[in-house]
Unconditional design. Sequence first.
Length: 320
Amino acid sequence: MKRFYRLTPHFRLSNNPLFALEARRVRRGESSKSLIDYSLLLIVVVCVLGFLLWLFLALSSRGSRQSATMSDYFLSLFVLSLAAAFALDCVAMTSSIGSINGEITSRRWDLLRLTAMESKQIVAAKYGVAQVRAWRTMVLIVALRITVVLMGGLTIALGIFSDPGRYFSLDLPPLVAAFLLINAAGCAGFYIVEPFWRMRTVTAIGLAVSARVGHIVSSVVFGVGALAIFWLAQGFVALALLLIVGIIIVPLASVEVLLAQVVICSPILFLAAVGVTIYGFYSVVYTWGMRRALRFAARLDLNERRALVTQTQVLSTLVL
């Protein structure tokens, strides 16, 4: 259980007083334990509800309609889980887009800078609180994706049980079947973990927008534009991933090599390409967002110091 605590923002920000203060204001966000306990409960509830609906559809449909009904149910959940990613982006953006400029507008940024905390600690606290706010939506989508994977496995198992000749007629060698299962399990793992990477990245983008744009109303417009660019970049990344997969698979299929080489090399290279592309994309955008947020926050401090020096010079001139 304690390994899951490392995934929460509390693990690295437990000694940050600003984060501890604001995280307590978020429901179930006061500690890693409460956040993880709520997450596990939500995952179990969503999976149980998905299984009960799957069981109802399986028992209510018979014969040839059963396979079509279960396939439609699985595809509906899969499409819903992908569409929910856009909702996660909106929630993550709204959770962080008013974090820094909200403090400036309410005149609390100056008070925070009077404390012993550095600007990077304040930015880290705001980033952690934004993750806590978007955490429930992220866990809900992760639970939905876990349900999709489980329902897909149950649908395949039901199809094998009801019509074994349809599946065993493929006559796949055991080695091929084993590596295909490993490949499917790896893709399912990336599919489940992706919302967590996505939430961390989008909150970093929102934090950069919040630090760059001084007015909250204007930051909403910039946030929508940043999300549009992010989605467009994802499309290019998906296209690049397809090209990479084509470059990996096509030469192996066209060149006369041993079957064992194709079976062993293709899934490993495919999983490596998928993992490096997805994680690399989110890591690059996350790093860019956090660096931009820190740079803009440091610029705010510099502008405030210049304004303070100017005010001091004016006052000294008036006194003299």
